[in-house]
Write a protein that binds this ligand. Structure first.
Ligand SMILES: C[S@@+](CC[C@H](N)C(=O)[O-])C[C@H]1O[C@@H](n2cnc3c(N)ncnc32)[C@H](O)[C@@H]1O
Length: 199
């Protein structure tokens, strides 16, 4: 599913700016991350590096990971690796900050993802995620599903989770991370932003 065509669809979406105001999304993420120049930063689901390229200017090290081999081959950030957000190969406590932009709704094994986030974050570190508010699962991916597959229902193969902060609290309740902030922001469409701190 996550291949050249998928990555090109993300590009088309970004160029049209219809579903999302990507500049507003990036600005909101940036504010919540509270980056410092000595920070090591991780992006999960970086695609070709749209956000990564901006944020890497603010930190000492910024690594993007994505399961899409094509996207990583085209990534123009400083450091990008093909890696699954549920099985990372980084040592424990590698990062001060981590973020994902419209990625967690795509990950079937979300508990494993958060376990990995908790593992690779340093104590006191932060994870910020932006994800869609959806009336029904897949709502925000309907247009992409029509373009890619000619079938709006395939949006549910992409958005495998319909998420909100309360649901994410339930998923992460036994992990050494705490959701400290969440907000719903209208950025062309409604988007959730949530912040977790590593205990
Ligand atoms: C909707 S795109 C968002 C891309 C980029 N963050 C942006 O804002 O344009 C979702 C991205 O998550 C990636 N992805 C999906 N499942 C993943 C996983 N388990 N681990 C890492 N990346 C994943 C996809 O390959 C894709 O690049």
């Amino acid at each position: 599913m996550y291949d050249r065509r998928y990555s090109q669809e993300v590009l088309r979406d970004r160029e049209n700016d219809i579903i999302m105001n990507y500049d507003a999304v990036d600005a909101a993420l940036f504010d919540l991350l509270e980056l410092r120049s000595d920070h090591h930063l991780l992006e999960v689901g970086c695609d070709v590096g749209y956000t990564q390229r901006k944020f890497e200017l603010a930190v000492e090290r910024c690594v993007g990971i994505d399961i899409n081999e094509f996207a990583i081959s085209q990534n123009t950030g400083n450091e990008a690796i093909v890696m699954d957000g549920t099985a990372m190969t980084f040592p424990d406590s590698s990062f001060d900050r981590a973020y994902s932009s419209h990625t967690i709704e795509h990950i079937p094994e979300l508990l494993k993802h958060f376990e990995e986030i908790a593992r690779v974050l340093k104590p006191g570190g932060k994870y910020v995620a932006v994800y869609p508010w959806e009336l029904f699962r897949g709502m925000a991916a309907t247009r992409a599903a029509i373009t890619l597959y000619g079938n709006p229902m395939r949006s549910r193969d992409m958005h495998v989770n319909k998420l909100n902060p309360k649901k994410l609290d339930t998923i992460t309740k036994d992990l050494p991370i705490t959701q400290t902030y969440s907000t719903l922001k209208f950025m062309n469409t409604p988007q959730w932003l949530s912040v977790w701190e590593r205990n």
